[in-house]
Design a protein around this ligand. Structure first.
Ligand code: S5P
Length: 479
């Protein structure tokens, strides 16, 4: 069959199995689209899967020499498997779940440092999914020069990947797809024009496209590394802006977790180490003699040393309950804490409830997306859903408590607890990584240190070691 008629035949088959649909669809990037391409269904059609794998393999001949291939999970994973087996080329698997560090590798398979790997994807819109896989492969020492994709939606993905050093080779473009479908009477003239108009008006290199906080839009695109100051300039939430500015000014990405149980011990520690930290984190409910006076003195110290106060309350109830827990009770957290955090177990309502109190007071919230404790259930789909809740509430949610960087959007701040100068564990399930692992390897922004400082014989000297280790890791990342 001629190349053109073969592609036409393939497009019609994809339409028949509803791999491409027309109507009104919300894309991963948040944008409403008249066309939706979803190839997950292909696993039910082995012959078509082989055909798709073959055309992708032929397209891969335009790529530079590679030694392995890696499909972007999940849809392209089985497709890459067929390409691998049919052509006897080794494959790598990229894990999607957040790394349960220390136990799981994010890239499975055999590879050598410097190996060139070809990335395989079903559909490219902004290019961000391909790029996430490229970044991860790079972290493991692999090189990616090319990627192949079945459908290029022509919304700027090719150009964006090119800027990041990856050549994208596509089998079908959106224009080709709708032209074939129109020609064969599968869609009418109106839908054909609607799709083409949509594609032209929704390119990700068009800065007028509103950001959805996904990091997709170049207007807010995280160049591989931006400084805290540059990121501060992009923040709309005053707390994240102020925090990033403090981090830059004080050259500190250290939050001290002042986990003493007496108010005076906390205040003494905070006065000692305040100049070295950007945040003081509290657990109001472990303080035996919590009082308004304590709060007042803590706020005075925050002014004196220029840090923000983060109450680690980890709200985790329905919206109505957390609203009261945040506003009232004996702690009246919303009156004094710049930042609070929440578990997302209850769903997005927990954020809505907190926002009703904190939104008007210019406060901010972090979502607990991953935990440092052994066997934590906050991983995989839970973590991903948490990221979605954050994106939808980016006016109030400024980032995450996590172990790894979870998204590219530079306005979101990643904070990592479970940090000590030496990795290890405590007797109750806490797991420690080093400041360098947190900031340089896992690309977090900020380290949260408790006992590493509070239990030290010289907390001031120790805080300085953590400040320097954390900030040096950040500088190294920038470099
Ligand atoms: O996953 C987490 C989340 C948090 S906020 N793991 C944690 O350890 N934390 C908190 O960070 C924890 O409640 C404690 O206040 C601090 C870590 O203390 P450390 O003494 O183990 O450094």
């Amino acid at each position: 069959m001629q190349v053109e008629s073969r592609l036409e035949d393939l497009i019609l088959k994809l339409f028949d199995i509803e791999g491409v649909k027309f109507g009104d669809f919300k894309l991963k990037s948040g944008i409403q689209s008249p066309a939706y391409f979803d190839l997950r269904v292909i696993v039910s059609y082995p012959k078509l899967m082989r055909e798709v794998s073959q055309v992708l393999w032929e397209t891969a001949k335009n790529a530079q020499k590679f030694v392995s291939i890696c499909g972007v999970p999940y849809t392209a994973l089985p497709i890459a498997s067929v390409m691998s087996v049919d052509n006897d080329v080794p494959m790598l698997i990229r894990r999607r779940e957040a790394k349960d560090y220390g136990t799981k590798k994010m890239i499975e398979g055999k590879y050598e440092k410097g190996d060139v790997c070809l990335v395989v994807e079903d559909v490219v819109t902004s290019g961000s999914s391909v790029y996430e896989t490229v970044e991860l492969l790079n972290e493991y020492g692999l090189q990616v020069k090319d990627a192949v994709v079945l459908l290029e939606r022509e919304q700027g993905g090719t150009e964006r990947l090119k800027r990041d050093g990856v050549n994208l080779h596509s089998v079908i473009t959106m224009t080709q797809l709708v032209s074939v479908l129109k020609k064969n009477g599968k869609i009418d003239e109106t839908m054909y024009s609607r799709v083409l108009k949509f594609v032209a008006g929704n390119r990700f290199d068009n800065p007028t496209i509103p950001s959805v906080g996904s990091g997709d839009t170049p207007a807010k695109k995280a160049k591989s590394e931006m400084t805290y100051k540059e990121r501060a300039n992009l923040c709309k939430n005053s707390v994240s802006k102020q925090l990033l500015e403090i981090m830059e000014q004080k050259q500190s990405n250290l939050a001290v977790s002042a986990d003493h149980t007496s108010a005076s011990d906390i205040l003494q520690l905070v006065d000692q180490v305040g100049s070295k930290v950007c945040i003081v984190k509290t657990h109001a409910d472990i303080i035996d003699d919590f009082s308004d006076t304590f709060v007042h003195k803590l706020q005075e110290l925050a002014k004196k040393h220029n840090f923000l106060i983060f109450e680690d309350r980890k709200f985790g109830d329905i919206g109505n309950t957390v609203l009261h827990q945040y506003k009232g009770g004996i702690h009246k957290i919303a009156d004094w804490a710049d930042i609070v955090n929440a578990h997302t177990v209850p769903g997005a309502g927990v954020v809505t409830g907190l926002k009703q109190v904190g939104g008007d007071k210019n406060k901010a919230c972090l979502l607990v997306a991953e935990m440092s404790s052994s066997g934590s259930l906050a991983k995989g789909d839970y973590t991903r859903a948490t990221v979605e809740i954050a994106k939808e509430n980016s006016d109030f949610v400024i980032g995450f408590i996590c172990q790894n960087k979870l998204m590219d959007d530079p306005v979101f701040i990643h904070m990592t607890p479970g940090v000590k100068l030496k990795s290890g564990t405590d007797s109750l399930g806490q797991q420690y990584i080093t400041p360098k692992d947190a900031v340089f390897v896992n690309k977090s922004d900020l380290i949260i240190v408790g006992r590493g400082i509070t239990a030290a014989s010289d907390p001031v000297a120790e805080a300085e070691l953590y400040r320097k280790a954390g900030y040096d890791a950040y500088l190294e990342r920038l470099a």
